[in-house]
Design a protein around this ligand. Structure first.
Ligand SMILES: *[C@@H]1O[C@H](CO)[C@@H](O)[C@H](O)[C@H]1NC(C)=O
Ligand SMILES: *[C@@H]1O[C@H](CO)[C@@H](O)[C@H](O)[C@H]1NC(C)=O
Ligand SMILES: *[C@@H]1O[C@H](CO)[C@@H](O)[C@H](O)[C@H]1NC(C)=O
Length: 400
């Protein structure tokens, strides 16, 4: 295994991603047409896995550590909610090339990373120091890895900066605290990881970290650790659609049409302008500070409202950036509303969403054309229900 696949391709890749996030924004488009969260825990899990892979970090116990009883037997896909039916072969140490960007074209590598199982048991617990604040923290110590039944759980988390010299990895989670002395010495084999959730349009400067980060952990598929907002895993790649017992269109017949829960009104992709134009041709109920409707129940726009009343939901992202697909998509899918998406290109959505599960604004010349199509689906349950045949063909990663 050693460094055969690892070192060379990284620095270039990393620099590119950092630049995109911190200044370039070339991955984002402007203009009109531009479940499920893996969230924080996934980042840690990926880190726990990849720390094991870093040759410089793992050499001591790969050479001297005891053999374990790890075998090639299939394991459960422990990260799925209904894992009992999902047995797959773990990725073994000699197959680490499955885990890195560039090595696996057209793959997000997420499952490979989550299924990685080292052949030898680590002899030491690795320490991850995180900059995460307050409520976002997934817990202290080893518990979250153990609770989740991760295949690699020889890691513990701390938030205590006095431990910075002992840490095997430092995770900069959407921030780079100013109290840290970035110029001071750091252990030569300590891995620094930058984890980002927002699009380049909403990411602040990280110039403090320039030239110091080893890995990125973001929703972008070309990050070292891919940690998107949601991950759909099909049970059987040959079965992408199946007959449904539920009449998704029929049960909402005669009710409401398009809903949107939104609070950020000014965005580079002008999604609000698009929605307002759409509303000239089909009923669009805009809840929250950008619209006239108030969310019921103490300002919370819940999925129940969507599930019971609306056929369509505007899953409009605040930025049209490569791979930037957030909980807005999963929220609609989870609540039996057909998502109308605006964000990255259709191909990006096709890669992450269930088969035929959304409508993309990119496919329509104007909001009016889109409205015409939505009205047609609204009037024809057979056509509307086609968009729900993915139900039951796979499983999403659990919400954290
Ligand atoms: C889990 O899998 C079993 C076996 O296929 C299936 O019968 C059951 O409905 C699934 N449960 C959920 C919640 O998807
Ligand atoms: C991490 O990056 C720093 C700064 O570029 C570098 O000096 C160090 O060797 C890298 N460490 C590892 C383990 O790759
Ligand atoms: C609904 O759509 C189906 C499939 O495209 C079509 O066969 C059917 O005639 C349509 N029904 C109506 C009432 O337009």
């Amino acid at each position: 295994m050693r460094s055969k696949f690892l070192p060379e391709s990284f620095p270039k890749q990393l620099e590119l991603i950092l630049r995109i996030f911190t200044s370039g924004r070339r991955s984002c488009r402007r203009g009109l047409a531009g479940i499920f969260t893996l969230g924080a825990l996934a980042t840690y899990i990926m880190i726990s896995v990849t720390l094991r892979l870093n040759p410089q970090r793992t050499l001591p116990f790969e050479e001297d550590g005891p053999d374990t009883d790890a075998d090639d037997a299939p394991v459960q896909r422990w990260y799925l909610t209904n894992a009992s039916m999902q047995h797959v072969s773990p990725v073994q140490q000699d197959e680490v090339w499955h885990l890195w960007p560039k090595m696996q074209p057209n793959s997000d590598r997420i499952e490979n990373q989550l299924l990685y199982r080292p052949k030898k048991k680590p002899t030491r617990i690795k320490l991850i120091l995180s900059t995460e604040r307050g409520l976002e923290r997934p817990g202290h110590g080893r518990s979250c890895f153990v609770k989740k039944k991760c295949l690699v759980n020889h890691c513990k988390i701390t938030y205590d900066w006095t431990k910075s010299a002992e840490a095997d990895a430092i995770l900069f989670k959407n921030n780079a605290p100013s109290e840290i002395h970035y110029g001071s010495t750091r252990p030569p084999d300590q891995v620094w990881i930058l984890s980002l959730l927002e699009s380049p349009h909403h990411t602040s400067e990280f110039s403090r970290l320039y030239g110091r980060i080893n890995w990125t952990a973001t929703y972008r598929l070309d990050s070292e650790l891919v940690t998107p907002y949601g991950k759909w895993v099909v049970y059987d790649p040959k079965v992408l659609a199946k007959p449904q017992a539920l009449d998704y269109g029929g049960r909402k017949a005669g009710k409401k049409k398009v809903a949107w829960f939104v609070s950020n009104c000014q965005t580079a992709n002008k999604r609000l302008e698009y929605a307002r134009e759409l509303a000239e041709y089909i009923e669009v109920d805009i809840y929250g500070s950008c619209g006239s409707l108030k969310c019921p129940k103490k300002g919370k726009c819940g999925g129940k409202l969507l599930r019971e009343e609306y056929k369509f939901y505007l899953s409009f992202e605040n930025s049209n950036c490569k791979d930037y697909i957030t909980e807005k998509l999963w929220f609609a899918l989870e609540n039996d509303a057909l998502p109308v998406v605006m964000g990255p290109l259709r191909t990006d959505y096709e890669f992450v969403a269930p088969h035929k599960s959304f409508i993309h604004v990119q496919d329509f010349a104007s909001p009016k054309d889109l409205a015409d199509y939505l009205l047609r689906l609204d009037a024809n349950d057979t056509e509307y229900n086609q968009y729900f045949q993915w139900k039951g063909t796979g499983c999403s990663t659990p919400t954290t």
